[in-house]
Design a protein around this ligand. Sequence first.
Ligand code: UDP
Length: 484
Amino acid sequence: DDTAGHASGGYTTTAAAHFVLVPMMAQGHAIPMTDMARLLAEHGAARVSLVVTPVNAARMAGFAAGVEEAGLPVQLVELPFPAAEFGLPDGCENVDMLPSKDLFSNFLLACGALREPFAARLRQQRPPASCIISDMIHSWAGDIARELGVPWLTDIIYRKNLLENLTDDEIVKVSGFPTPLELPKARCPGTLCVPGLKQISDKIYEAETRSDGRIMNSFQEMESLYIESFERTIGKKIWTIGPMCLCHRDSNAMAARGNKASMDDAKCLQWLDSKKPGSVIFVSFGSLSSTDPQQLVELGLGLEASKKPFIWVIKAGKKFPEVEEWLADGFEERVKDRGMIIRGWAPQMMILWHQAIGGFMTHCGWNSTLEGISAGVPMITWPHCSEQFVNEKLVVDHLKIGVEVGVKGVTQWGTEQKEVEVTRTAVETAVSMLMDEGEVAQEIRTRAKDFGMKARRALEEGGSSYNNIKLLIQEMGNKQNASG
Ligand code: UDP
C-alpha cells in the first residue's frame, strides 16, 4: 500500500518516504512533533507514523481528528506505557503528570522500556520506515534505525557538557556572533537539574555522534548565521523546517493543539473580540515551569497596576492553594472587567493569533518563543531555567522584538525560587514599555510584525523551510528507493 506516493510541488518520488516520529512525552516536545507530522504529510509525498502512548494519544485527539479530516497520511502508533512497572502512578505518561521531579528518572527508565516494543512494531511496519526522527532522549531509536538500515535524525541537540568544570556564576562567553553572548553558567543550556538526566547523558552524547542529521524548529531568515555556524560545528546536515506551529491555519485547529483546553474556546474568543486590537497582554509560562506562589501574587499585582487587559494562564492551582485563595480574596473581582484567568491548559496558539493580543509575557520556552515570533507579537521575557535565557537574548538583543522583565536568578523545574525577585513595579514597567505608545515600543512592534511575516513566508511555497521539507522528503524517499 503506497497511496501517499503521488507527485507534489513539481517533483516526484516513486515511493512515499515513510517518516516514523518518536517524541519525548512532554508537551514542549510532543506538540512540535505533531506539527512536524502534519507538515511532512501535507507535502503530499510522505506518510508519517507518530509513536505515542495511550494517555498522550488521548490528548492528541484534536490533532488526530484534524489530520483525518484533511485526509493526510498520518497514523498514531500506540505503545503501552509501563508506568506501574517503573514506580509511576497509573496513567502517568507525560512529564507534566509527574507528581514530583524526583520521579523523572523513573519516567526515563519507563521511556527506555519502549525500545523493544517499538523495534518489534517497526520490523512489521508496512510500508517500512524510510527515516526515523526521534527526540534525543530516545537515543535507542538510533540503534533500531541502524538495524533497519534507515537514516536517523534527531530534533533536540545535546553536546558533551562543555561547562562541567565551571561554577554556576562563572561567565561563559560565546564568540563569533554579531551580538556577543555572555551568560553565567547557570543560565546556559544544558544546565537543567533533573534526576536521571545526567546518568543517561553520556549515552545521548555518544549516540548523537552517529545520527545522520538534525531537524530544527527554526527558519533561515531569523538566525541563518547561528544555523550555519552550528552546522559547521557538528559537521552534519541541519534541516530547518520551522516555525512548525504554522501548520495550523484556522482557530479551531489552533485551539485543539496539544491538549483539550480547560476552558471554552468560544468564550475565550468572544472575550478577545470585545477588546481593542493590540490591547491585551497574554501571560503564560509554558507547560512545566514552577513559579513560586508569592512571585505569582506579585506578578498579578503588577498586571493589575498596568491597567491593561490581560489573559493570565495559571498552572499552580491545585499545587498552591494559597494562590487560589489570594485570587478569590478580591483580585479576580477587582480585575473582572479586563482580566481573564485560565487555570490549566490554555489554547495558546489560538490566543496569540487573535488581533486583540498586543504582548506576550513568556518563560521563553523555545516553542512559546517561536509562537510569539510567528504571530508577530512582541514579548516580555521571563526565563526560568535551561535554554530559556539564551532565547531571551535572541528576542531582546538580537531580534529586538521584546523587553526583559529583569529576572536575576534561575528557577529550576520542580524547585520554586523561594523569594520574590521580580517586583510588581518591574512587571508594570515592562508592560508599559511594550504596550504604550512610545517610539521604542512602536519600533519593537514593527520589527515583531516583520518577523511574523518572514516566518510565514519561510513556510509558503518556495520559502526556505518549505524547500527544506521538500528536500528532506525527496532525500529520504530516494534513499528508500535506492535500498529497494
Ligand atoms: N501550551 C499551550 N497551552 C498551555 C501551555 C502550553 O498550548 O496552557 C503549549 C505552547 O503553545 C507550546 C508548548 O505548550 O507549544 C510549551 O512549550 P515551550 O517550549 O514553550 O515550553 P515548556 O512547556 O516546554 O517549558
